[in-house]
Structure formats: structure tokens, C-alpha cells
Design a protein around this ligand. Structure first.
Ligand code: FDA
Length: 368
């Protein structure tokens, strides 16, 4: 008999399994995929760590979480500085003095502020009623037209005028020449890939891959005193209140045998509406790779339907209300802990999911 059956070998399930095992508990981790790691899984190709489920850059402001992940693996000094390609014009991201120089030729912060302010005023928007108006009221029309509109429309599969304003709450604008995307104190990429972190976490834990919990739910439940469930919460309750909706993604990965450097940067966003993908990832640049060949991945947003890989929860009112109903059921479910991005219907960055898993561990083992 196991103490814990853990459904999902992603970051949440693996942190929990590691911590419970450390406390002398016996755990079984199952995952329906053929690998551990969930969405942070990386796979080596020609000595390059390929991020199979999209670009993953670890970043946090929390010293404890940074120390925590560093016990499993060493991180390199990668700094995320994505570049935007708008119909062949190149702009630095996030929006900063380099971007403003590229857009308008301005060289001082005052000139850049003035330019943005003039465009905001010219739009006469007091109460934004859609995403387009919201974005223009925050950063003016030029940045919106070239760097936000097409990218966002591809991401959500709808015109920006039909998207709710709440999707963009804030658009960070920086009046310094600083291309570092994150403001956090710590960031980097694990040397040897993310899968190594999970390998370390699960090295003393029983793991069964290619195993779907719902194929034998009751039998799995009987294997352990408690279950930690990190799959979709609506699926757990047989969709009785309806389906929670997501946006999905499709990845096209290509190995370029005769190219050692395809785009000169790990992440290039294609911000026009016509290019069908939103970005191209060139994986070797995450780890300063010097191989003779390269591997790139085009990322295509797509509509989600049940059965597809769920990536981004659509946290509109309808879905959030539905989630609350499922959450009320989950709170009553005995001996089952719900955690991770799918069971809480929430977008989590890696440091947040680790924080949430450690909070669950403290609650479970009462050792805070
Ligand atoms: P995760 O989905 O990883 O794990 C759940 C596991 O449960 C999966 O392996 C699944 O197969 C399994 N499972 C589900 N149902 C099951 C069933 N019925 N039976 C058995 N197994 C089942 N974060 C960040 O900090 N920096 C970044 O740059 C990025 N980038 C990024 C890009 C993209 C495209 C996305 C979608 C996400 C990111 N993230 C990120 C977020 C990051 O991916 C996320 O925080 C973690 O993967 C969440 O880990 P979980 O364990 O919650 O879920």
C-alpha cells in the first residue's frame, strides 16, 4: 500500500513526491504521457536540449525557491531578451528605449514618453471596451499596430476588437536601454535540461508512465491512502458542470543540419497577422550552444477542443464560475489533494507551481 498516489509527473506532482518521500512516505507517480516532467520536459537532440512544450525560462524573485531548484541542477546565466520581427523589421522586447529608437529614432526617455503620450491622447479613449482600445490607451497606436495587434489576434484566434480588455491589464514600458524581459532577481536555464530536475526529484520514487488515471480510477485509488491529483479538474468530476475551456498550441520542430545559427536569438516573436506562427524558438541559444547544426520550433496557437493538449486556461467569467463549482466539489472530496495548473485551472509559472506545491507539502505534513 502506498501512502500517496500522485497523478501527473509534472513539476507539482514531482515536488510533492520528492518531499513526501523525504519524509519517509511511499509514493507512486503515474503519468499518461510517455515521459516525466509534464510541460517542462526537455529532450536532447544533437546535444541541444529541446523544450518540447514551448520555451521555458526559469525566473523568480524568491530566494528560497531559487535555492530549492538549485539543489537539483545548476543553472546557466541565460537572460530572456526576445526580439520581435514585424514584416522583416526587427524590434527589441520588452518595450524599452531600444524599441523606441527602432520605431521612431528617438534617443531620450523624454522624447519617447512624449511620443507615447501624444498617441494615447490622439486616440481619445476613456473607457476601453475591447483589447484594441485597452492596448492603445496604455502604449499608443504604433506599438499596438506593430508589436501587439497581430500577435495577440493569432494567440486568441479573434480580432482584437472582439477580445475583452481585461486580457491586457498592464503593458510594461521601460524608459531604459534594457532588453531583459523579466524584472526578477534570478533567472536561467538548467544546464542539462529541465528533465534533469524531475529525474532528480523522482529518483527514489516509483513511476509508471503511459498510464491514464481514468482507465482504472478506482483501482488506482485503492493503491494508496491518499491521492494527489494534478490533471484537469473538470475531467476528475466527469465534466458534470461542463467543460473548462483552454487555448491550445501546436509545435513544429525542425532540425537544420547545415545551419549552425538560424536566427541569432532563442526567441523571435512574429508580430504580424499573416505569419501563421507566433514565434520561433531556436533552442541552442538557451544554452549558448556551439553545435554545427540547430533545432528550431515554430509555435502555432490553435483552438482547443476536448482531447487536445490544454495550454492556456481561458479565465473569463463563464469559466471561472464553472471552476468555482468544481472547486467546491474538490473541497469535499476525501483523501484527494488537487494541485498544479490543470487541477486549479490557473496559469502558473514554474516558480509559482513550486511555491504552491511546497505550500501543499507544509499543509499536509504540518511542518511550517
Ligand atoms: P503539468 O501539465 O506540467 O503536469 C501535469 C501532468 O499530469 C502532465 O504530465 C499530464 O500528462 C499529467 N496528467 C494529466 N491528466 C492525467 C491523467 N488522467 N492520468 C495521468 N496523468 C495525467 N513557466 C515559466 O516559469 N517560464 C516559462 O518560460 C514558461 N513557459 C511556458 C510556455 C508555455 C507554452 C506554457 C504552456 C507554459 C509555460 N510555463 C512557463 C509554465 C509551466 O509550463 C508550468 O508552470 C508547469 O509546467 C506546471 O506544472 P504542473 O505540474 O502544474 O502541470
Amino acid at each position: 500500500m502506498y501512502d500517496y498516489l500522485i497523478v501527473g509527473a509534472g513539476l507539482f506532482g514531482s515536488v510533492f513526491a520528492y518531499e513526501a518521500t523525504k519524509r519517509g512516505k511511499k509514493c507512486l507517480v503515474i503519468d499518461k504521457r510517455n515521459h516525466i516532467g509534464g510541460n517542462i520536459y526537455t529532450e536532447e537532440m544533437d546535444g541541444i536540449q529541446v523544450h518540447k512544450y514551448g520555451a521555458h525560462i526559469f525566473h523568480t524573485n524568491n530566494q528560497d525557491i531559487w535555492n530549492y531548484v538549485n539543489q537539483f541542477v545548476t543553472f546557466n546565466r541565460y537572460t530572456n531578451s526576445p526580439v520581435a520581427n514585424y514584416k522583416g523589421e526587427i524590434y527589441n522586447l520588452p518595450f524599452n528605449m531600444n524599441t523606441f529608437y527602432q520605431l521612431w529614432g528617438v534617443t531620450s526617455p523624454d522624447e519617447a514618453k512624449q511620443k507615447i503620450e501624444t498617441q494615447k491622447q490622439a486616440a481619445h479613449i476613456t473607457e476601453p471596451s475591447n483589447l484594441e482600445e485597452q492596448a492603445i490607451s496604455l502604449v499608443g497606436s504604433d506599438i499596438y499596430e506593430k508589436l501587439i495587434k497581430g500577435y495577440t489576434e493569432k494567440q486568441w484566434g479573434r480580432p482584437a476588437t472582439e477580445l475583452p480588455p481585461f486580457i491586457i491589464k498592464r503593458l510594461p514600458v521601460r524608459f531604459t536601454f534594457d532588453n531583459n524581459y523579466f524584472n526578477d532577481r534570478f533567472q536561467g536555464i538548467p544546464i542539462g535540461g529541465y528533465t534533469k530536475i524531475i529525474d532528480q526529484m523522482l529518483k527514489n520514487v516509483d513511476v509508471q508512465l503511459n498510464t491514464d488515471y481514468f482507465d482504472k480510477k478506482q483501482a488506482f485509488k485503492n493503491l494508496a491512502k491518499k491521492t494527489v491529483y494534478t490533471g484537469m479538474i473538470d475531467q476528475y468530476f466527469d465534466y458534470i458542470y461542463g467543460t473548462l475551456e483552454y487555448r491550445s498550441l501546436h509545435f513544429e520542430t525542425k532540425r537544420l543540419e547545415h545551419t549552425s545559427n538560424y536566427q541569432g536569438n532563442a526567441v523571435v516573436n512574429y508580430t504580424d497577422r499573416e505569419t501563421p506562427y507566433t514565434r520561433i524558438i531556436e533552442h541552442k541559444h538557451f544554452e549558448f550552444g556551439t553545435q554545427d547544426q540547430t533545432v528550431i520550433t515554430e509555435e502555432y496557437p490553435q483552438e482547443w477542443k476536448p482531447g487536445d493538449e490544454p495550454y492556456y486556461p481561458i479565465n473569463n467569467t463563464k469559466n471561472n464560475e464553472r471552476y468555482k463549482q468544481y472547486k467546491a466539489l474538490a473541497d469535499q472530496e476525501e483523501n484527494v489533494i488537487f494541485g498544479g495548473r490543470l487541477a486549479t485551472y490557473k496559469y502558473y509559472d514554474m516558480h509559482q507551481v513550486i511555491g504552491a506545491a511546497l505550500a501543499t507539502v507544509r499543509k499536509e505534513f504540518d511542518d511550517n
